[in-house]
Design a protein around this ligand. Structure first.
Ligand SMILES: [Zn+2]
Length: 350
């Protein structure tokens, strides 16, 4: 069966990929074999497609894309205890070295040895099956669909960011950027107890989608809406308790402290491949706390629990679904960044 292969920059094909079959021939005692069901298209997949690299990760050889996935367990290793054949699951795409210092400190996401799907030279999962450690595979309750489960990976970024922000009930938050990561951050901030979330973006369509998610969400156009003035006006001149940067734009990041309240926290989420300037004076007079996040560490179970209980609803963020046969077209559509779309997903053949 075929995989979606990024042959090189700007060239995708659906084809057999014998190397991955050989690599996955072996099922370790603590591994499970999973038949993939739904795979989300991530900004990073698109970036590898259109640029052939992200920072120092360069696609030098054909690579299978995809890392946001759900599926069904079809085989279990001899020592697997928590999962059985037929279980519906979602998978965490980054596998650290279990014995590394970072893992032992509980910060395995910053383990330099981590192997992350669809990050060269590691293949992704737009393919029929994969072998994955039990410890990074999470069973889904009946209430969580495969489509929602494939949203757990991006949602985990938002939940990790909200956790780092140490949100308190009633906090006011600002999220810069209403793309998929911006919107999962908005939902995570509300689930963590925020009374209100302002979200800014260049696209009015994205802001409309954001506002439709919850009445506590206010969209502000980043160009015409004067985010700073709006937040100050609606917080009696005090500012927001937490500001999340989810655009990756150096311009947005340069203004990150403007809407922040004294004693507030800024969380940097958007990737910045190059050094950016940062208003240290504005941070200082507020005694701002600045947090950085890189992916997430062990938040998948929380995400699954919140999807199951309804504390977070990601369904409105899934705006388009493609069959696996159409996945090259799906990537071209996603690369064109339609303003009315948030997350596109691919459903694998049954
Ligand atoms: Zn992703």
């Amino acid at each position: 069966m075929k995989s979606l292969v990024l042959e090189k920059k700007n060239e995708l094909s659906l084809r057999d990929f014998p190397a991955i079959d050989r690599e996955e021939d072996v099922l370790g005692p603590l591994d499970v074999r999973i038949k993939l069901h739904t795979v989300g298209i991530c900004g990073s997949d698109i970036h590898y497609y259109t640029h052939g690299r992200i920072g120092h990760f360069v696609v030098n050889e054909p690579m299978i894309l995809g890392h946001e996935a759900s599926g069904t367990v079809i085989e279990t290793g001899s020592g697997v205890q928590s999962l059985k054949v037929g279980d519906r699951v979602c998978m965490e795409p980054g596998i650290p070295d279990p014995n590394s210092k970072a893992t032992r400190l509980g910060i395995y996401n910053v383990d330099p040895a981590v192997r992350f799907w669809a990050t060269p030279p590691v293949h992704g999962i737009l393919r029929p099956t994969c072998v994955h450690p039990e410890a990074f595979t999470f069973k889904l309750p009946d209430a969580v669909s495969f489509a929602e489960a494939a949203m757990v990976e991006p949602l985990a970024v938002g939940v990790h960011a909200a956790t780092k922000a140490r949100i308190k009930p009633g906090d006011i938050a600002v999220v810069m950027g209403a793309g998929p990561i911006g919107l999962v951050t908005v939902l995570s901030a509300l689930a963590a107890g925020c009374a209100r979330v302002f979200v800014s973006d260049l696209s009015d369509k994205k802001l409309e989608i954001a506002e439709s998610l919850n009445p506590a969400i206010t969209g502000v156009n980043a160009v015409t809406g004067d985010l700073f003035a709006r937040v100050m006006k609606e917080t009696d001149g005090w500012g927001a308790d937490v500001v999340f940067e989810a655009t990756g734009s150096p311009k947005a990041a340069a203004q990150i402290f403007q809407p922040l309240a004294p004693g507030g926290c800024v969380v940097m989420i958007g990737g910045q491949p190059d050094p950016i300037s940062y208003d240290a004076g504005a941070a200082m007079v507020r005694e701002a706390r600045v947090e950085n996040i890189f992916r997430y560490a062990h938040v998948f179970p929380r995400c699954v629990a919140m999807l199951a209980s309804g504390a977070i609803d990601v369904k409105p963020l899934i705006t388009r679904t493609f069959d696996f046969d159409e996945s090259v077209r799906a990537f071209d559509v996603a690369a064109s960044a339609p303003p009315a779309d948030v997350k596109m997903q691919i459903v694998m053949p049954s």
